[in-house]
Design a protein around this ligand. Structure first.
Ligand SMILES: NC(=O)N[C@@H](CC(=O)O)C(=O)O
Ligand SMILES: [Zn+2]
Ligand SMILES: [Zn+2]
Length: 346
């Protein structure tokens, strides 16, 4: 069996920089036409000038025959000025501003401490310039249970934000709960949307502990209960335009995952399309895969859909145990397992 669909884009991707960038970019460029590239480098990409430079280094790292287009983002801080938003819009290469609540996830230490208090003029400028806010939606209060941090973030930050600034476009990134599904569905279509990762569609929190501690299934927001996974699967396979593909592929070297204080992030670029196809097939909704993977994202961002196509062939293929590079190994999601759908560019 074969399925031919419009080439998908990845609306949430970590490409890193240096050797890691060169190691991972091929896996994204092979399957995806474009990707929203997250700015959480060290130091973070907080200005348009830095985003322009980062974009150049991504283009340099690409194979020469690749048409892959990086869509850049800037990292919001308490100090970001409304003028930076004007520069971002004028650059023509920045497509979003990323909100990391300070301390929420990998390289978020320079993130925002009080969104509505400190960043409101910047948010107003973003609404004016039609630049979406891309949100890592978790509170960082250590007294809030880690499994409740998304829900509490919706109540304390997103609901008031959408109420005060309904013109601002918001993407709730990597949603993990039924609460996020309900919130996105309650907002105006075209103003609030969500990306969904393969891991949050396929795994629940048992996968963190199955047969022992599983560091390669650890990402943020952390995997949740089965009821949440089911709600997210229903949402994306319903055909709703509010949900689209964002892998959150987040490579870390093996030694930074398999250690006493392992990093959060799952490297899923090599397997993402196979896994999304599996989810839609199991839900009896393969006919809805193309809109999720290739239409809803560009439609939300106001960009054209891709013209190129990709084929998914239903044939078993084995995911490598690990990927070796001169600087070390990266263990991909579902390492060593056999998957059913193989993407073939055409
Ligand atoms: N998802 C993750 O677990 N990690 C991401 C950061 C993020 O998207 O929160 C990373 O950059 O490693
Ligand atoms: Zn995140
Ligand atoms: Zn991410």
């Amino acid at each position: 069996m074969e399925l031919t669909i419009t080439q998908p884009d990845d609306w949430h991707l970590h490409l890193r920089d240096g050797d890691l960038l060169k190691a991972v970019i091929f896996d994204s460029a092979k399957h995806f036409g474009r990707a929203i590239v997250m700015p959480n480098l060290r130091p973070p990409i907080t200005t348009t000038a830095a985003a322009v430079d980062y974009r150049e280094s991504i283009l340099k790292a690409l194979p020469t025959d690749s048409n892959f287009t990086p869509l850049m983002t800037i990292y919001l801080t308490d100090m970001t000025s409304p003028n930076e938003i004007k520069l971002a819009k004028r650059s023509g290469v920045v497509y979003g501003v990323k909100l990391y609540p300070a301390g929420a996830t990998t390289n978020s230490q320079d993130g925002v401490t009080d969104l509505l208090g400190k960043c409101f003029p910047v948010l107003e400028e973003m609404a004016e310039e039609n630049i979406p806010l891309l949100v890592h939606g978790e509170v960082t209060d250590p007294s809030v249970d880690i499994f409740d941090r998304e829900k509490v973030f919706i109540e304390t930050t997103l609901e008031p934000l959408v109420q005060r600034l309904p013109q601002l476009k918001v993407v709730m990134e990597h949603i993990t709960t039924v609460d996020a599904v309900k919130f996105v569905e309650s907002c105006k279509e075209g103003s609030v949307a969500a990306t969904v990762t393969p891991q949050h569609l396929l795994l629940n929190r048992n996968s963190l502990f199955q047969g022992g501690l599983q560091p390669h299934n650890y990402c943020l927001p952390v995997l949740k209960r089965e009821i949440h996974r089911k709600a997210i699967v229903s949402a994306v396979t319903s055909g709703s335009k509010r949900f689209f593909l964002g892998t959150d592929s987040a490579p870390h070297e093996r030694r930074k995952k398999e250690c006493p204080c392992g990093c959060a992030g799952i490297y899923n670029s090599p397997v993402a399309l196979s896994l999304y196809a599996k989810v839609f097939e199991e839900a009896g909704a393969l006919d809805k895969l193309e809109a999720f993977a290739s239409f809803n994202g560009p439609d939300f961002y106001g960009l054209p859909r891709n013209n190129s196509k990709i084929k998914l062939r239903k044939a078993p293929w084995r995911v490598p145990e690990s990927l070796s590079f001169p600087f070390g190994d990266i263990v991909p999601m579902f390492a060593g397992e056999t998957l059913e759908w193989e993407p073939i560019p055409i």
